[in-house]
Write a protein that binds this ligand. Sequence first.
Ligand code: ADP
Ligand code: MG
Length: 332
Amino acid sequence: ETVINRIAAGEVVERPASAVKELVENAIDAGARRVDIAISDGGKGLIRVTDDGCGIPAADLPLALARHATSKIDGSDLLDIRSFGFRGEALASLGAVGRLTVTSRARGAGEAAQVSVTGGVMGAVTPAALTRGTVVELRDLFYATPARLKFMRTDRAEGQAIGDVVKRLALAEPSVGFTLRDVTGDGEGRVSFRADPETGDLFHALRGRVGRVLGSDFVENAIPLDADREGLRLTGLAALPTYSRGSAVAQYLFVNGRPVHDRLLIGALRAAYMDVLSRDRHPAAVLFIDCDPQLVDVNVHPAKAEVRFRERGTARGLIVSGLRHALAEAGH
Ligand code: ADP
Ligand code: MG
């Protein structure tokens, strides 16, 4: 059983938003303090992610774009991986589905270097101009697979999916600054999301970032959470039942700092509000569950962000009881 089989990740790039997710995660893993994302045509024409992280040495650039060439894994203990990327196939996959150019300057390097991949074929590494960090540019996503392109939704819908991915990652990393710009057409483009790096203690930073993403009215109508059960810890902010966001569902869940979509956790969130919220309304919440990585498997299907807890009942119980307790304390 090889490492590659163990992490059989399936298809990494389903749509522009999945490409953005991989690229922004790489920037965060590289220790970036600022990540700028520019897109055009819902990400189908262009996705450009610029970061001020550690950069990639010129000599390592070809390797970084090769499949399963992650710098973060030695195969010894998959469960202990805390960084976002660990499959080592995002850049390689992107080079197979679009025109990919990576420009990077490693910290301490005298100059930057650049390499491009088109149709899975890598060009030569050439010198380039960049003062720091990394710029990854992906153009003409799915140009070689028209069948795939047909499944894309409107630019507007794909752009919204990208916005959602960026907001989830922004919630996960309050100390990192993000901007998302739409540069369709000419000019500087339109900034659709901006969050400057948050400072101060963790809770203060989280409140600031949550306000940025969900609005200050949510923060003013939310209760802080802090509960634990059998090695699992729950923190975050959950809306008072009196707070209504209209129809949009604002539920953000993170396990060990990674955004997840998980039916078990969403179900627990609903259950916690069962007696205090009418059935047609969705509780807004930002929930973080942190635990020993051995207690949860985040590799079920990385692209789909599913998780599997060793003790499913414990995770559910923690959310239900932690939220109910906090709601009761707040008088609900
Ligand atoms: P993974 O993230 O799973 O390791 P990727 O294909 O996403 O695989 O990236 C391959 C490698 O390229 C990473 O392990 C990292 O060493 C390097 N890399 C990618 N993006 C960046 C970045 N923005 N800054 C610095 N290094 C990067
Ligand atoms: Mg990666």
